[in-house]
Design a protein around this ligand. Structure first.
Ligand SMILES: N[C@@H](CCC(=O)N[C@@H](CS)C(=O)NCC(=O)O)C(=O)O
Length: 344
């Protein structure tokens, strides 16, 4: 009896002392149940950055962030198509997550302290990237330090608002941000000459240049600074089970690459004697049960979507129009930052 009293009173007292509001309604603990009842995962999505998230000509959503969300749908339903995509502006995205409009936000969103502290939990980075600046080549600018007095098209609700202010201050550039609400208005303004520069994640700029510039060769992309950011799918505070499911669904993609398991060889690997592979694929039970998922959740994810390398290559890498280098998005053993955690 006394131990029950102890566990009940301490957190409440702690909350009173720190002034914290207990913001964990019962419903927030049940995202996975709500998702199952609804029949699909609701994914916060881009307003259209091919390679990361955009519908194709048939309206089918594709991209690295899209596949990340499809992996979660596979973990829960065994079906990559049990995911729907809600296009959100930079400003809307975190509110949409917090209010429950979307279950997860894989949308080129940088893991920052203030976002993290303000109602969301970041899961596993699915892309590492520097902020970049795109300019017309004929301006002859080769470094951010040469951008004195430039006007910069920026999207509101993006880390790049802070980046522009920091660049301006650090290098005494007197930059003039011109702020827009939506992705399309920001990009249109840049291409119509309203600004000298467009700022966002360098890989998103590569996508914009390749898919939206009339003459891609007329533009150059340079780093905005030397501070890499971790673009990381987020969930809302208050539901640890959902947080775990999302984390380990993304981890499954990275671990599959580490283990050399691909969409093509996965069925043969079911026969593997390697205990790590057997646990990962659910041949030996335990991981699925621990997460409340099918024992084959990781098998299903890789079978339907491929491993992280396959997803990268298909959407933004060598098999895509963007042809981006793996760079920091290689596995740690190849010199990158992608780090698989232990599956047992
Ligand atoms: N990673 C940065 C910037 C990412 C970002 O949201 N960029 C804007 C401006 S291009 C955007 O909306 N991009 C994705 C899209 O909707 O297609 C952040 O988290 O704020």
């Amino acid at each position: 009896m006394s131990s029950i009293k102890h566990t009940l009173t301490i957190p409440v007292l702690g909350a009173i002392l720190t002034g914290a509001i207990i913001t964990t309604p019962a419903s927030a603990q049940e995202t996975v149940e709500a998702v199952k009842q609804r029949g699909y995962v609701s994914c916060g999505a881009s307003q259209g950055t091919p390679g990361f998230g955009a519908p194709d000509q048939n309206g089918y959503w594709r991209g690295l962030d899209v596949d990340t969300c499809r992996a979660i749908a596979v973990a829960i339903f065994g079906d990559k198509d049990k995911a729907r995509f809600v296009p959100l502006t930079g400003q809307q995205r975190l509110t949409a997550l917090q209010t429950g409009e979307v279950d997860v936000l894989p949308r080129t969103t940088t893991w920052t302290l203030q976002r993290d502290a303000n109602g969301v939990n970041f899961t596993v980075p699915n892309y590492y990237e520097y902020p970049g600046v795109m300019l017309r080549k004929d301006l002859g600018v080769t470094s951010a330090k040469e951008m004195k007095g430039a006007t910069v098209c920026v999207q509101t609700g993006s880390t790049t608002e802070v980046t522009v202010a920091d660049m301006s201050k650090t290098h005494a550039l007197d930059l003039k941000p011109v702020v827009f609400d939506t992705v399309s208005s920001t990009r249109q303004a840049f291409f119509s000459g309203r600004c000298d520069a467009l700022i966002t994640d360098a890989s998103a700029l590569a996508s914009v240049r390749a898919t939206q510039a009339k003459n891609p060769d007329e533009y150059v992309i340079i780093p905005a600074n030397d501070k890499m950011e971790a673009l990381t799918p987020a969930v809302r505070h208050g539901d640890d089970r959902w947080f775990d499911i999302v984390k380990w669904s993304i981890q499954a993609l990275i671990m599959a690459e580490q283990l050399g398991i691909t969409q093509a060889n996965i069925d043969a690997r079911l026969e593997s004697e390697d205990p790590i592979v057997r646990r990962f694929l659910g041949v030996e039970a335990g991981n699925g049960k621990a997460l409340g998922l099918d024992e084959r959740f990781a098998y299903n994810i890789v079978k339907q979507l491929g491993n992280y390398a396959e997803i990268f290559d298909r959407n933004v890498g060598k098999d895509s129009p963007l042809k981006l280098e793996r760079g920091p998005n290689r596995l740690y053993r190849d010199g990158g930052l992608m780090f698989p955690l232990v599956f047992n």
